[in-house]
Design a protein. Sequence first.
Lengths: 262, 559
Amino acid sequence: MKALSQKRRHPLAAIALLLMGLLLTGGLYAVATTVNEAKASTTSFSANDTEEGGKLFAANCATCHGMGASGTKDGPSLVGVGAAAVDFQVGTGRMPMQMNGPQAYKKPAQFNDEQTHQLSAYVASLGPGPSIPEEGLLDAQGNAAEGGELFRVNCAMCHNAAAAGGALTRGKFAPALADVSEKHIYEAMVTGPQNMPVFNDANVSPEGKRDIITFLKQIEANGSPGGADLGALGPVSEGLFVWIAGLGVIIAFTIWLTSRTS
Amino acid sequence: MSATSTANAPAFVAKTKGGRITDFVDQRVGGSGILREFGRKVFPDHWSFMFGEVALYSFVILLLSGTFLTFFFDPSMAETHYDGSYTPLKNVEMSVAYSSSLDISFDVRGGLFMRQVHHWAALLFVASVSVHMLRVFFTGAFRKPRELNWVVGGVLLILSMAAGFTGYSLPDDLLSGNGLRIIDGVIKSIPVIGTYISFFLFGGEFPGTVIISRLYMLHILLVPALILLMIVIHLFMVVVHKHTQYPGPGRNDGNVVGYPLGPVYAAKAGGFFFIVFGVIALMAAFFTINPIWNYGPYDPSPVSAGTQPDWYIGWVDGALRLMPGVIGDFHFEYVIFGQVLTLNVLLPALVPAGLVFTILFMYPWIERWITKDDREHHVLDRPRNAPTRTAIGMAGFTFYCVMWAAASSDLIATHFHVALNDVTYWLRALFFIGPVIAFIVTKRVALALQRKDREIALHGRETGRIVRLPHGEFIEVHAPLDDYKRYKLVGFESPVPLPAVPNEHGVVTRKEKRRAALSRWFFEDRVAPASPAELEAAHGHHGQHEAVESAEGQKTLSH
């Protein structure tokens, strides 16, 4: 260090300092722009994405949804459903559908993130529709209590107050919401997949959706304060439990207590 | 006491201090006499006799845990904002009742455990009452002289359901509010007076501001007092009647074979109380029940999916779910003189439950009338030895279970991946044909078991040893039963149909003809127990096989 301080009045010191400053700013700028680019790519699509997505669509989806996604008697038109719908349906494995039925089941995703992105790009290019939500709405840092109220009023009648799922008519159902990612919850609300109604921004504001996600994530993280939750299905599983386990154990004891005689 | 008869005789003086205190108390309350009487009371030993005890102990646990909960519960419907430690409900507007229930769950030390003890004990209480009643029915223990005690038991069942309903409605959460709304709807469906009763009960239009405190008074005062009264009457009658016993050697309608209450039985019963308490405490510690924090505060607008009542009210809920709104063009709602008559609520809510309880209460008298059996019965029937009664019981049980299953139709649909509509259609069909199938199958099973008993009594158990006789015949060796086991298989009554008999005027009334027809229906299919003569013949030489078979054929009618 002593050597360095002795050379601080060296004629080349100013040049060296200038060089260092330029390198630092340039380097930081370069890093900052790549970050910007990466972020931009989640919300906007390149022409290449759309083109690749079109190929994937023709190969995997057009059988039911038709060429150009204009729909056939086996599948609806996807013009105007938006990138969010594709990201949800393909990202949760519901599409491509395993078989025809009242409702597509969640299963391991059939396409990787890049392919899903390309498919979204293609469908989004067909017409304007809900786009993939921005990160800020998916942080689960909203107001859980208000989210809970919104959930009970808008969602609990199908998904159950504890988000354990419920039955709909003719084989349709509302799935349980544990382990569903924040992004997919949000996309489901704006696109209304399967038999779910659409909750647009006039209906439940983006802030409200963030609160609902916060509520769901918080009750999931809270677990069950009272012990094993028996599926959070309410009195039916409680009744089954008391009849089978409760009475079963007690009958075993009564047999033990009276086994010495009779 | 000699002291009272002869004044000058020296009074008994105990040697130790403890003895003197005991003697002092005994001379004033007569404890030794009570102990002598009750300590010698003989109870037969069988596991199926202990469900009444389970119910009694659950009730004691309910009183204890319930008292703890009353210290912290506030049955007020005043509005407040939650300020406890459960963050997903922070600052949410709710009633004081719900808020204090949440405080019991999260902010009172041991509160959640006690709430869960109370609720699990309630479920177990009604379950053990029900199983106890099933045991009494299927063994014929309701027969003379116990008909009235059967009725008291039925009243206890209804009271325990009432206690449960008024209890789980108290927290004022979404689930219990939905349940109250259904009750309100059922009350309002009663013609003419329904709306008046509803307004009287809720103090105005549902939900009002008084229902929780009213239910609370019923729950902690009236219903438990009535249950206690009924339990006292029930146990008093058990002491008067003595306990029933299963058939066995040396047991008859004039004795009770078992152990005296003191000391063995008292110790066992005392220990059993702690076993029941322990089982309930373990359930409460490890398994959550009624997680009210999941449901949120009551608000008349939302209804959660999977809204069911506790299990004992489930069958009534199931009947409501099964009722169709319309059948084709036929609808169930009428307007008569400006009054709306909604049969699609009134019929399912009141008729199946009314049917079940009417038959339940009247059954001892129905059977008594059909069989003209006016004797006292202290020896129980094995269910197979009363095939028609067992079949009737199973038909009723199936009827109940179909409605019970219907209350969980949505969960059956989601968990077995079938359509909710199909579940409902199947259960609607089973509602009518299920009891019939159960009746036929049960009766055939009972008769088949009787025939198996008869076969074993006559020929002994198959040993699986095949022996070749000197002349070449192969036979399987049957091991004869010992006398005790055989008694169980042959020592039962097998009544025959009672034909119609003329009354004192020599007329066979129409009612008597109906009774005779029912008696034939009750007893025509029967397998008679092996008679001593048949046993004698069967235990002779094996060559007499054919003779025995033919005798058997003559003895048993139609089968």
